[in-house]
Design a protein around this ligand. Structure first.
Ligand SMILES: *[C@@H]1O[C@H](CO)[C@@H](O)[C@H](O)[C@H]1NC(C)=O
Ligand SMILES: *[C@@H]1O[C@H](CO)[C@@H](O)[C@H](O)[C@H]1NC(C)=O
Ligand SMILES: *[C@@H]1O[C@H](CO)[C@@H](O)[C@H](O)[C@H]1NC(C)=O
Length: 440
């Protein structure tokens, strides 16, 4: 689950490095122990954020230093990127599409943001992102136009579907011929692609588009600022995924859920039956099962996050079993609780997701119980802003440790160690493509 592009060698050397560096850190004078706790020094733990980090991810120089090669004089044609799914999935695909347009020496038209049925809304790209800002920021990286030339304007683009392609996919081979033939095409980028073959100019266009050129519209930014203002500071933004559809989709089984949750999950299940027996155990130990609010609270406890911490919950409306968290961490805030009712009713999927995104990239600290598109985007934007209190909670470690029968303090200790190592080594927040590892 952890960013697949991080090489195995890196992980292995990282593991060695961790043990060494931790020894150093623990004995270094700048290592701060918490001063308030009165329990025995052996059990005493600093808050996870006070650890000294060894690795951090920063935007790579080849990207920041600019656009490397002049744009081609003649464009090979026009490309529209068609994006599907939730806001952050669409954003990810759009970023890929910008890189592809540069790779093919094409001109980009504004993308189509398809609205998934479950969002029930109609906000397109320009309702979420500032178009003028985007065009201005992409100047020199790729050509962008708002309007097609007269001879194409009444045409529908020729659709090149690469979204289902797997394996090594080469756009120059596969897509360029259609572009040259039809002059105007639409694409949905493939899941995996040969970015390693991209010239730096295409990679830089992707990075610039994704992390420097997408700004929320003025209206959304203003609403986001209002929400941010309303949250008591300092605060932790917690991306918790325990909605019925998420749990149903995971095919995991949970004991001791309330009857209401069980019913909601059943209703969302469709023909995805949960795993049972040994298969269920293996599935869980591979980290496939969403953390419950109760399990999340247990991990926060293990990381010495004080129980009076202000927590902004970035989550969908239907989150279940929230008492499991709020019974331990009572200072939990949500956008529906903080924003004026009428405003909120007029907001739908994409715009709500944009607000959560805005809060999460500006919070003092960020933790995610999942490693989805939003989490990757947020981790990247936080790194860009120099906000490094970012951590992905390990579903896998939780499952493995509890299945080994660990409980109480020994479970806490083991959870602490896993997340301490991840935090110190920047694991999980590994940001391939546009970010480079930096040894501190
Ligand atoms: C794009 O243009 C550059 C020169 O500006 C050229 O080297 C490259 O081969 C072109 N690529 C395609 C796919 O046309
Ligand atoms: C979807 O939106 C329409 C119009 O805004 C509204 O009337 C309808 O109730 C909504 N449906 C759901 C399932 O939220
Ligand atoms: C989680 O639930 C278990 C069993 O229901 C309970 O014993 C435990 O105290 C809870 N943990 C937290 C952190 O709420």
């Amino acid at each position: 689950m952890i960013a697949p592009t991080v090489g195995k060698t890196l992980l292995i050397s990282a593991a060695l490095f961790v043990s060494l560096s931790l020894a150093l850190i623990l004995f270094s004078p700048s290592f701060q122990f918490s001063q308030t706790s009165a329990i025995s020094p052996l059990l005493e733990r600093a808050q996870i954020w006070s650890l000294r980090r060894v690795i951090e991810w920063r935007p790579c120089n080849w990207w920041l230093q600019g656009h490397l090669s002049v744009l081609p004089e003649k464009s090979n044609g026009y490309i529209r990127v068609d994006c599907y799914g939730g806001l952050n999935q669409m954003r990810r695909d759009f970023c890929d599409g910008v890189g592809i347009a540069r790779l093919l020496n094409a001109t980009l038209v504004l993308p189509k943001f398809e609205v998934a049925a479950y969002w029930n809304e109609s906000s397109g790209f320009e309702d979420v992102f500032d178009v003028e800002y985007f065009i201005q920021k992409m100047n020199g990286f790729v050509q962008v136009v708002k309007e097609l030339p007269a001879e194409l304007v009444s045409k529908e683009p020729f659709r090149v579907d690469c979204s289902k392609r797997k394996g090594l996919f080469d756009y120059v081979e596969t897509v360029l011929p259609s572009l040259l033939e039809h002059r105007y095409i639409s694409i949905t980028p493939a899941m995996s692609q040969r970015r390693d073959r991209y010239p730096l100019s295409a990679k830089a266009a992707l990075c610039q588009a994704c992390y420097n050129a997408l700004q929320l519209t003025y209206k959304l930014e203003k609403k986001g600022a209002e929400l941010l203002e309303a949250i008591p500071k300092p605060f932790l933004a917690l991306h918790l995924r325990f909605e019925p559809d998420m749990v149903a989709y995971s095919q995991c089984e949970y004991s001791s859920l309330s009857p209401a949750s069980v019913q909601a999950i059943e209703a969302a299940r469709g023909d995805r039956k949960p795993w049972t027996g040994e298969e269920a155990r293996l599935w869980r130990s591979r980290g496939k099962c969403p953390l419950t609010p109760n399990e999340t609270a247990a991990i926060l406890g293990a990381l010495s996050i004080p129980t009076d911490t202000n927590i902004y919950l970035a989550a969908g409306d239907g989150i279940m079993e929230l008492e499991g968290l709020t019974s331990v961490y009572p200072n939990v805030y949500t956008k529906s609780g903080l924003l004026d009712g009428e405003d909120f009713r007029n907001m739908h999927g994409n715009t709500k997701a944009a607000l959560d995104y805005h809060v999460c990239i500006n919070s003092d600290s960020y933790m995610a119980t999942y490693f989805g598109n939003m989490d990757k985007m947020v981790a990247a934007m936080r790194a860009l802003k120099g906000l490094y209190k970012t951590l992905f909670l390990s579903r896998r470690a939780f499952a493995v440790l509890t299945s080994q029968g660990l409980k109480g303090n020994s479970l806490m200790e083991a959870l602490w160690k896993v997340h301490r190592d991840d935090y110190v080594m920047g694991v999980g927040s590994a940001l391939p493509d546009c970010f480079c590892e930096f040894k501190l």
